[in-house]
Design a protein around this ligand. Structure first.
Ligand SMILES: C[S@@+](CC[C@H](N)C(=O)[O-])C[C@H]1O[C@@H](n2cnc3c(N)ncnc32)[C@H](O)[C@@H]1O
Length: 385
């Protein structure tokens, strides 16, 4: 495989994150070919995939196109997959995994197509090399993705392997933690860039605060993990990878922050977890943690950003108590955060209206399968002119 050959790259993300992913891909200098609810297509080489894996905050996976073809049956799938030079991609000593998404007239489950792809890969490598790699469900080695829709199929090399949203810093998750990629998207939606104070009451395990600190430092999300799918591919070059990281690391801000990141929670254990997680992410020195009721959180004078992600499910809290808390959040915003831009991330409309403020913007995100809104409030000082 030629590591410099430019091909389509499909970058997947959670629903609601596409626009932030587009902004990230463009900021890295890549063109946008097309976009869909949970993915963006760009173009680049296998080496570009390494760069995308290292930098992207809102992506799940970076998939490098190996082959696209017409496909009407499992037999045609086997034949087409056999044409990819797998012996140049997967060594017989490696382990690989096949992930399939299938939506055709004849087959509506992915097990059989996955098996066909696996057989085609193994048979070809056995034929060419006299030995074969093992396969299974673990995503820690080489990962191959098949998309088969009606009579068209695409096979990709999943250069991420494990999802990029698993950054590896959340050793202590605490209650209802946000996925790291979602937290990064929420911080990007607030337009925070480190040049403002940011206040994060009800911070739980600290995901929003940690993602804000990473953004403020311009520290690549991929610098927090060591395993990527591309590292298991035969053509992986350690030296090229080292050069990519060194170039990108030069842009990390190392001189600390002029502004403050304040994260609080009423639960001592949450703050303990958040501190540990921030330490693992290498940003603990940038975040001021405190245990307190959200209303007692210190809000620095002037302007800034305040983001709250309160509990919103009956699973976590009782509705009556939650309604009171939401009303108190409205009071906190009005009385203590004047001059700031306030945000509320909530998956329950019945509760979010209790805040009693008029949102100037509503942005849709998904926390797992739950649709939630990021509501924006302009918290004017005095009366709005
Ligand atoms: C939905 S969780 C936040 C999850 C967080 N975004 C994360 O990624 O881990 C809500 C948090 O609010 C905290 N909380 C509940 N009532 C509070 C109060 N009155 N003051 C401060 N924190 C409170 C809980 O302890 C919990 O950690």
């Amino acid at each position: 495989m030629n590591t410099e050959e430019r091909r389509n790259i499909l970058v997947t993300c959670g629903p609601g994150l596409k626009d932030y992913l587009i902004a990230e891909i463009e900021a890295l200098g890549f063109e946008i070919v097309s976009s869909h609810i949970g993915s963006v297509v760009t173009r680049g080489s296998f080496i570009d995939c390494m760069k995308l894996n290292y930098c992207l905050r809102t992506a799940f996976s970076v998939l490098y196109l190996l082959r696209e073809f017409r496909c009407g049956s499992p037999e045609a799938l086997y034949k087409q997959i056999s044409m990819v030079p797998w012996e140049n991609i997967i060594s017989p000593q490696e382990h690989f995994c096949v992930l399939s998404k299938v939506d055709t007239y004849t087959i509506n489950h992915s097990t059989y197509p996955s098996m066909k792809v696996k057989d085609a890969i193994v048979d070809r490598i056995q034929r060419k090399m006299g030995d074969r790699p093992d396969s299974g469900s673990s995503r820690t080695g080489v990962v191959v993705n098949l998309f088969w829709k009606k009579d068209k199929a695409w096979v990709y090399l999943n250069t991420s392997g494990l999802k990029l949203s698993d950054r590896n810093y959340r050793k202590m998750p605490h209650k209802a933690p946000l996925r790291e990629s979602l937290a990064a998207g929420v911080i990007m939606a607030t337009e925070y860039d480190g040049s403002q104070d940011i206040v994060l009451p009800m911070c739980g395990s600290g995901t929003l605060a940690i993602e804000a600190a990473l953004i403020a430092m311009n520290k690549p999300a991929g610098s927090l993990r060591s395993n990527f799918g591309f590292k298991h591919v035969k053509v992986f070059d350690k030296q090229v990878w080292g050069e990519i990281r060194n170039t990108i690391r030069k842009t990390i801000r190392k001189d600390g922050l002029q502004k403050r990141i304040i994260a609080t929670d009423i639960d001592e254990q949450a703050i303990e977890a958040a501190k540990q997680n921030a330490k693992t992410a290498g940003v603990e020195q940038l975040i001021e943690f405190d245990v307190c009721d959200f209303a007692d959180t210190e809000v620095p004078e002037g302007d800034g950003i305040v983001v709250i992600n309160p509990e919103y499910g009956l699973r976590l809290g009782k509705l009556d108590q939650l309604e009171k808390d939401y009303k108190r959040i409205g009071d906190f915003y009005k009385n203590k955060c004047a001059g700031y831009t306030g945000y509320l991330l909530c998956g329950n409309k019945q509760l979010s209206v209790k805040i009693g403020l008029k949102a100037s913007r509503r942005m849709v995100f998904y926390n797992g399968t739950i649709e939630c809104r990021l509501l924006k409030y302009e918290l004017y000082q005095g009366k709005k002119a």
